[in-house]
Design a protein around this ligand. Structure first.
Ligand SMILES: Nc1nc2c(c(=O)[nH]1)N[C@H]1C(S)=C(S)[C@@H](COP(=O)(O)O)O[C@H]1N2
Ligand SMILES: [Mo]
Length: 248
């Protein structure tokens, strides 16, 4: 019998339910045996840290890459950047790094690129295959000199989700340094459209759609997510109880 990763995960989940029923201490169960942590352990335990998400052929690219969530930030600040072709836009890199960086789009475009054709899966029940081009997040983090205390990378976006709170997301260092984790400025050989996150968005290919932060303004290295938003590491994690670890 061939055991796929999915079989192992389903087996692991079944075991988890058994443990769950037996565990009496609520907080012990929540921290140690939450489905999210268990899924993360299972995936990290069975997958090499550099295991790649599936890549597709050019003829498999979806004719339209649907937009979801914010399709245009439409804030005065974003409109001003857009009007100028994002010439004045800068990606701010800070937090637990040796040196802060402020990178223009042309500086990012001049760095080594990576291209990947991957499938985006949204929890709302749709998928699309697209070809992304961008700079590995590792390249940026190496340039800034990540401090040894850093454990997560937080992404700050330009769109206002209400009350002046922008969209935000975060990933751990295993995903930050993964070869397919890129800051993408092109989709299907064209500059990223506003609907898909212009001028720059995250692609973290082993996770679900809501982790793929669009309209990037800044990235920040932190040692804890406690002080980010409500402490769960992302806009939907904080506001709709989505899992922080959204591994596919
Ligand atoms: N800044 C920002 N990033 C975001 C969102 C958003 O609303 N704002 N929506 C997320 C969700 S739920 C999905 S499915 C994808 C959609 O990306 P797309 O519009 O390119 O399809 O972006 C993610 N990143
Ligand atoms: Mo999504």
């Amino acid at each position: 019998m061939i055991l796929t990763r999915r079989h192992l995960l389903l087996g692991a989940t079944a075991t988890l339910s058994g443990c769950d029923r037996l565990a009496r201490n609520e907080s012990f169960r929540e921290t140690l045996f939450s489905a999210e942590n268990f899924h993360k352990w299972a995936q990290r335990g069975l997958m090499a840290p550099d295991a790649l998400a599936r890549e597709f052929r050019p003829d498999q690219i979806s004719p339209v890459f649907r937009a979801n969530g914010t399709a245009n930030p439409n804030t005065p600040a974003y409109k001003a950047l857009w009007r100028n072709g994002f010439a004045d836009w800068r990606l701010q890199v800070g937090g637990l790094v040796a040196r802060d960086l402020s990178l223009s789009l042309s500086q990012l475009r001049a760095l080594p690129h990576r291209e990947q054709i991957t499938r985006h899966d949204c929890v709302e029940g749709w998928s699309a295959i697209g070809k992304w081009r961008g700079v590995r997040l590792k390249t940026i983090l190496d340039g800034a000199g990540l401090r040894s205390s850093a454990r997560y990378i937080v992404f700050r976006c330009a769109d206002d989700m209400g009350g002046g709170r922008p969209y935000y997301e975060s990933i751990d260092l295993a995903d930050a340094f993964h070869p397919q984790t890129i800051l993408a400025f092109a989709l299907n050989d064209r500059p990223l459209s506003v609907a898909n996150g212009a001028p720059l968005r995250l692609r973290v290919e082993r996770q679900l759609g809501y982790k793929q932060a669009k309209y990037l303004m800044g990235i920040e290295a932190v040692d804890s997510l406690a002080a980010i938003g409500k402490g769960k590491g992302g806009f939907w994690e904080d506001h709709a109880d989505y899992d922080w670890y959204a591994g596919i």
